[in-house]
Design a protein around this ligand. Structure first.
Ligand code: PEP
Ligand code: CO
Length: 448
């Protein structure tokens, strides 16, 4: 632990450290009222769910499970509606079935949802036609419209975000409890696109055989698959907006420590992972399993500091490293960091985020990612861990269950001209339903 960091932790001790990426609210009294209200509302998740996830992540780190984490780059308040939520859940469940089939491992399913409302920005302000306004920091902070009123950070949006997170979670839990037909009937899946893939016949067989094994399991156990693993769905978001996180950080009866009860699995973004900053201070004190994004700027020294501060006791399941180097850099940048973790004698769960360092901008101004680059980073991650004798225990995608056109490539061969057709993301480009399912099929095939 850096000398400056005191062991005296509390949910507000982060305020003694420099906090990057926080909004500047115009009215401190109004902000205080909101934080008090948030702190009094019931939690969104429970400590026993959080501990159960931690146990599962420990099993993944030991090579016995595989993590599938995915969802939007940023959730929008407007997307808190039934079909968007159901489609997102559906694609994650379908991908997880494909992955069970391919990896023969139990899959941990974690959504980037029910709280993924705050975004880090490269600049505090944005200038358009000579007018400068605060940058858009996500629906929980301000509005995207380039108008002074909308861009002014409004603390009550934290309450609106918390409520939408609760509504999302309630609907997700109900869908899963109700058995959600798509889970056990692969014949309902929309797999038209596989016809466009050279692996069409193989993918068709994969879907059929998933259906057969599900029916077999149901016959054998006498219970529907949907009921076999009812509540095994977890939430995650970037723990960026520290007042929002702090307000829902609580102690619970009969357990030690403090839990962030706004989500099961918060992660630290690349821009706020400096070892002596406010975010690391906040994260070190919560009992949740946590993840840190690791990108090209990470050094062995910095990684060692993070291991000291965030993972002092080497508690199983506590720490996940989500690596995002890009298809062209992972081969040179991942191996020394794996060595640094081994040298520290710590165990972490290694996950690959093949999205964030493969972003590019097209000539007509669309932020996009190529399916082939995403796949190339992922395949190298599998290879590198195999070579090093470590285990790639999960994947982290930005995806949606809807038919958007934001990433190019995949079986249908989307190209740059297709992007304008259905580009919906305000931030990063996501895999669409078909691209996400195809990605899962390719992983399943390679791992087999
Ligand atoms: C994200 O996950 O949307 C993100 C901003 O990632 P990173 O911190 O890895 O850039
Ligand atoms: Co993103």
């Amino acid at each position: 632990m850096p000398e400056t960091q005191s062991t005296n932790w509390s949910p507000t001790s982060w305020t003694q450290f420099p906090a990057a990426q926080q909004p500047t609210y115009p009215d401190q009294a109004a902000l205080d009222v909101v934080v008090q209200q948030l702190a009094a509302l019931p939690p969104l998740v429970t400590s026993w769910e959080i501990e159960s996830l931690k146990t599962q992540l420990a099993e993944a780190a030991a090579g016995e499970r595989f993590l599938l984490q995915g969802g939007d780059c940023a959730e929008n308040f407007a997307d808190c509606e039934p079909s968007t939520i159901a489609n997102k859940l559906k694609i994650l469940l379908q991908m997880s079935l494909v992955l069970v089939h391919g990896t023969h491992k139990r899959i941990i399913r974690v959504g980037r949802f029910a709280g993924q409302y705050a975004k880090p920005r490269s600049s505090d302000t944005e200038t358009v036609d000579g007018r400068t306004l605060p940058s858009y920091r996500g629906d929980i902070v301000n509005g995207i419209a380039f108008e002074p009123d909308s861009r002014q950070p409004d603390p009550t949006l934290m309450l609106r975000g918390y409520e939408r997170a609760a509504l999302t979670l309630n609907f997700v839990r109900s869908l899963i409890d109700g058995g959600f037909a798509d889970l056990h009937h692969p014949e309902y899946w929309d797999v038209e696109f596989v016809k466009h893939s050279p692996q069409a016949a193989e993918y068709q067989r994969m879907v059929e055989s998933i259906g057969e094994s599900l029916r077999f399991m149901e016959t054998l156990s006498g219970v529907q698959v949907g009921q076999l693993n009812r509540v095994d769905f977890f939430t995650s978001h970037e723990g960026l907006h520290l007042l929002y996180e702090q307000a829902q950080t609580r102690q619970v009866p009969h357990r030690r420590g403090w839990y962030n009860l706004s989500t099961h699995f918060p992660w630290l973004g690349m821009r706020t992972a400096n070892a002596d900053g406010a975010h690391v201070e906040y994260f070190r004190g919560i009992a949740n399993p946590i993840a840190v994004k690791i990108g090209p700027d990470m050094t062995e020294q910095w990684l060692a500091e993070l291991l000291d501060v965030l993972h002092p006791n080497n508690e199983p399941g506590r720490l996940t490293f989500i690596t995002r180097f890009g298809a062209h850099h992972i081969a040179e940048q991942l191996p020394p960091l794996i060595d640094a973790v081994e040298k520290a004698g710590k165990r972490v769960l290694w996950v690959c985020d093949p999205m964030h360092a493969n972003t590019e901008t097209t000539a007509n101004g669309y932020k996009t990612r190529k399916f082939e680059h995403i796949l190339a980073e992922l395949e190298q991650a599998f290879e590198i861990h195999k070579m090093k004798g470590t285990y790639l225990g999960g994947v982290h995608f930005e995806l949606t269950g809807d038919t958007v056109t934001e990433c190019t490539g995949g079986a249908r061969g989307l190209n740059e001209n297709d992007l304008k057709r259905a580009y919906k993301s305000h931030v990063d480009p996501r895999l669409n339903y078909e691209q996400a399912l195809e990605m899962a099929m390719i992983i399943a095939r390679r791992v087999q």
